[in-house]
Design a protein around this ligand. Structure first.
Ligand code: APR
Length: 186
C-alpha cells in the first residue's frame, strides 16, 4: 500500500479487489443502464447480491439510467460497506471528446454522494480504464487531482482509497500519485 496525507485526509493506493474493501462507500464502475456488466460491475453484483440490482432497477424506473459522469447510490448489499455508489465513466475516444472532464465529474459526483452520506472512507476502482479503454496514466491523474480539488473546495472525508487490480496498474497509479501530490501540494 502507498499512502499520502493531505489536509485531514489520507490517500491510499492499494492493489486488490474492490469487493473486499472495508470502507463506508465502495464505488462501482457501472454503465448507464445500471443493470450490471463485467469487470468491477460484475464482481460487485456477484459479491454484493441481488439487493443491489433491485435498487438499481428502482432508480431506472424513477430516472432512467445513469448518464456518463453522473453517480447514484444504492445499498451495498453483502459488500463490507455501508453504501455503494454507481458512477459511469466515459469511454475513451481518443481524448478530444471531453473524456477528461467526464471522468473528473464521475469522481467528483461520487465524492459528493459519499459526503452526503457522511462517509468517512471511500474506495474507488480505476474507473474507465478497463472496458472503456481510458489510458491508465491519464485516468490516475484525473482521479487524484479531482480528490485533491474536492478537499480544497471544502469537501471532507478521512480516507480516499484507490484500488488497482493489476501489478502494473498499481505501479502506474502510485507513480502518478507522487507526481500529482508534489505539483499540487508543494
Ligand atoms: N477489483 C478492482 N479492480 C478491478 C476489478 C476488481 N474486482 N475487476 C476489474 N478491475 C479493474 C480493471 O482491471 C480496470 O483497470 O477495474 C478497472 C475498470 O475496469 P472495468 O470494470 O472494465 O470498468 P470500465 O473500464 O469503467 O468499464 C465499464 O464495463 O463492466 C462493464 O458494466 C460495466 O459497461 C461497464 C464497463
Amino acid at each position: 500500500m502507498k499512502t499520502f496525507q493531505y489536509k485531514n485526509t489520507t490517500f491510499e493506493v492499494v492493489q486488490g479487489n474492490i469487493v473486499e474493501q472495508e470502507v463506508d462507500v465502495i464505488v462501482n464502475a457501472a454503465n448507464s443502464s445500471l443493470l450490471g456488466g463485467g469487470g468491477v460491475d460484475g464482481a460487485i453484483h456477484r459479491a454484493g447480491g441481488p439487493s443491489i440490482l433491485e435498487e438499481c432497477k428502482k432508480i431506472r424506473a424513477a430516472q432512467g439510467g445513469c448518464s456518463t459522469g453522473e453517480a447514484v447510490v444504492t445499498t451495498a448489499g453483502d459488500l463490507p460497506a455501508q453504501h455503494l455508489v454507481h458512477t459511469v465513466g466515459p469511454v475513451w475516444r481518443g481524448g478530444n471528446d471531453g473524456e477528461m472532464v467526464l471522468l473528473e465529474r464521475a469522481y467528483r459526483n461520487s465524492l459528493e454522494l459519499a459526503a452526503q452520506k457522511n462517509a468517512s472512507s471511500i474506495a474507488f476502482p480505476s474507473i474507465s480504464t478497463g472496458a472503456y479503454r481510458f489510458p491508465l496514466d491519464r485516468a490516475s491523474y484525473v482521479a487524484v487531482r479531482t480528490a485533491i480539488l474536492f478537499l480544497d473546495e471544502g469537501g471532507t472525508i478521512d480516507t480516499v482509497r484507490f484500488v488497482l487490480f493489476g501489478d502494473r496498474d498499481f505501479e502506474i497509479f502510485s507513480e502518478v500519485l507522487d507526481e500529482v501530490t508534489q505539483t499540487m501540494t508543494g
